[in-house]
Ligand binder design. Structure first.
Ligand code: NAI
Ligand code: MG
Length: 354
């Protein structure tokens, strides 16, 4: 098919890794004559903010709405507060486009060092609630600078919000032949929102996915189990904050941020979904041309899967795995000397070799 894809490269290494993902998309057009991409390149970034006083133009919804999907790099720049970059770009897109699933695969990759002794065979997916929960902007700060200064930040959980993310995790488990869903909670201490979470998760799983096992752990214990027995997980279901932390932990146990993709998904396809690496703009290495583009290219593969090009998505993931298998072209974060571009070239070679 022919697909419209919005490209937001963002800041720092976002620009560098996106350049490689675009090379991959162009290569796929050559290799698969029936596929073409109409890319809408958008310069929304911290530079854009410094020029226009906002991260995105006022009509950003009209620009993104007709797209089949959005491929996003990373944002973050020392000249602009992180609250601004996140809350005026990533959050409005996630929330207004009802991208209520944050999907992050966690899987062992060949030849990648891991802090775990037995690092092979890890393969699970995290379903993080992405539209409500702890990341609400409800609350406020009072008495700034005074000794009585205080802050309140509300967590908002709704029955509908919990049920739909549970359903997404259950449906994924069913479709991929998984047997178990693991829910992260802290209902012993967070007694209002997290008891609602437990009840809704339990009911949806029992009524709609009776063949799947549901286990539930307190988030602190679950963090330890991620390190101690990561192979025992299949699908992990978590709120916005817990899922955010577990995702980076998951990324850490299989080899780091340079390899970890994610999808912000509206499964009904009423709105475009957005795919992005888990990592940020990495100011410490931006401009050096040494960032690992794998997380970004893998995110593009998740995008292809979402728009229905499952086979092509598989080819991209296989090409990434073949490069790692060969263990020759490696960027600095995974123990090598290759540049961002050399890694892109290596993946393109493997795509062509399939
Ligand atoms: P970060 O992910 O940018 O960097 C953390 C560490 O991982 C750094 O040492 C970095 O060099 C390394 N790293 C990250 N991606 C890499 C890659 N592809 N290849 C090689 N090494 C890589 O997180 P940090 O430092 O906490 O945040 C930097 C900026 O990024 C901040 O402004 C933050 O707000 C923003 N950020 C943006 C995100 C997004 O756009 N979705 C997500 C996370 C952070
Ligand atoms: Mg995060």
């Amino acid at each position: 098919g022919s697909y419209k894809i919005a490209i937001i490269e963002g800041d720092g290494i976002g620009k560098e890794v996106m350049a490689q993902a675009l090379r991959i998309l162009r290569e796929l057009e050559q290799l698969e004559p029936e596929i073409s991409f109409q890319l809408e390149q958008l310069d929304w970034s911290s530079d854009y903010y410094l020029e226009h006083g906002r991260m995105m133009p006022e009509n950003w919804r009209d620009i993104l709405m007709p797209q089949d999907a959005i491929l996003f790099g990373a944002i973050g720049d020392a000249r602009v507060k992180d609250e601004v970059t996140i809350w005026e770009l990533i959050m409005p897109i996630r929330k207004e486009f009802r991208q209520y699933i944050n999907y992050r695969p966690v899987q062992s990759l060949p030849n990648i060092a891991s802090p775990l002794e037995d690092k092979t065979g890890i393969n699970f997916s995290i379903f993080r609630e992405n539209a409500e929960g702890e990341y609400s902007n409800s609350g406020g700060r009072m008495f700034k600078g005074e000794s009585s200064e205080m802050a309140i930040q509300n967590t908002i959980m709704t029955r509908k919000g919990i049920e739909r993310i549970t359903r997404a995790a259950g449906e994924y488990a069913r479709k991929h032949g998984k047997c178990k869903v693991t829910s992260a909670t802290k209902s012993n201490a967070i007694i209002h929102t997290n008891t609602l979470w437990d009840e809704c998760v339990e009911r949806v799983m029992r009524e709609e996915f009776p063949e799947l096992e549901l286990e539930s752990y307190y988030i602190d214990a679950l963090a330890a189990y991620f390190v101690q027995r990561p192979k025992s997980f299949e699908v992990v279901l978590a709120s916005n904050l817990f899922g955010d932390i577990l995702s980076d932990l998951g990324s850490g146990i299989v080899g780091g941020l340079g390899l970890s993709p994610s999808g912000n998904i509206n499964p009904e396809k009423d709105y475009p979904s957005m795919f992005e690496p888990v990592h940020g703009s990495a100011p410490d290495i931006a401009g050096l041309g040494i960032a690992n583009p794998i997380a970004q290219i893998w995110s593009a593969a998740l995008l292809l899967e979402h728009i229905g090009e499952t086979e092509v998505a598989g080819k991209v993931i296989n090409a990434i795995q073949a490069v790692l298998e060969e263990n020759r072209v490696l960027t600095k974060d995974i123990g090598g000397q290759a540049t961002t571009e050399e890694m892109g070239t290596a993946i393109i070679e493997k795509l062509n070799a399939q």
